[in-house]
Design a protein around this ligand. Structure first.
Ligand code: ADP
Ligand code: ADP
Length: 218
């Protein structure tokens, strides 16, 4: 399947992506994870991205677009993927459409998760992530089995540098200004599915998987 998961910072995209890839076998492509991996490895891309990420700004489209479109094109028409954190601007969505057109395919579904703003802030401030596999936890809403340690690989969890309240508020503003136009963009393509993300992790998962069943049957 060719999927996008859309929603503001803290909506639960990363958390739900794990369930979606388990269910569909799609490859999880998270631009945030790609940047964090590059920062960890000290690459030129990582250095460039960090300047923007630390202040909660978007990395410029010309840096992001090729990374994603090259991967999509290299997968070819049989590629099955879930894009998480991309596209984030209309320009990125247009670049993605160009790549899909080149390989002769279209998107199957854009899952749009909606969550109230104050809940987003609470979620992000309490977020802890695994620096090895990228899995997200929450200190109270979604804790690991053993305090402070990743369930999957035992790595010590950390707080992301950009998960401070002030940066988070700015990232949410950036989302509202630059990314919400994508909701109408994908509505016009008739493949947007709205999901109420204010529910528990399990309830949101059930709703998304039910929505995807409908897509698979279509
Ligand atoms: P995103 O990738 O959209 O930024 P994450 O999946 O990392 O969001 O989730 C943000 C934080 O909120 C994490 O701490 C996660 O454990 C927590 N979280 C995710 N989904 C829910 C939910 N449905 N209810 C409460 N907390 C959640
Ligand atoms: P969240 O879901 O919490 O916003 P992400 O991990 O998706 O976090 O992104 C973290 C940061 O990486 C963003 O604030 C932004 O600086 C950068 N980033 C990730 N994806 C993109 C993108 N598609 N375009 C521009 N910047 C991006």
């Amino acid at each position: 399947m060719r999927l996008i998961i859309l929603g503001p910072p803290g909506a639960g995209k990363g958390t739900q992506s794990e369930f979606i890839v388990e269910h569909t076998g799609a490859l999880h492509l998270s631009t945030g994870d790609i940047f964090r991996e590059n920062i960890k490895n000290g690459t030129p891309l990582g250095k460039r991205a960090k300047e923007y990420m630390d202040r909660g700004a978007l990395v410029p489209d010309e840096v992001v677009n090729d990374i994603v479109t090259d991967r999509i094109k290299s997968m070819g028409p049989e590629g099955s993927f879930l894009l998480d954190g991309f596209p984030r601007t209309v320009n990125q969505a247009v670049a993605l459409d160009g790549a899909l057109e080149e390989i002769g395919v279209t998107l199957d579904c854009v899952i749009n998760i909606n969550v109230d703003k104050e809940a987003l802030i609470q979620r992000i401030v309490g977020r802890r992530v695994c620096p090895t596999c990228g899995k997200s936890y929450h200190v109270t809403h979604f804790p690991p089995k053993v305090d402070g340690v990743c369930d999957d690989d035992g790595t010590q969890l950390i707080q992301r540098d950009d998960d401070q309240e002030e940066t988070v508020r700015h990232r949410i503003d950036v989302y509202e200004r630059q990314t919400t136009p994508l909701i109408d963009y994908y509505k016009a393509q008739d493949n947007l599915v709205d999901i109420d993300g204010n529910q528990s992790v399990q309830e949101v998962k059930d709703r998304i998987l039910a929505a995807l069943q409908g897509v698979q049957r279509a």
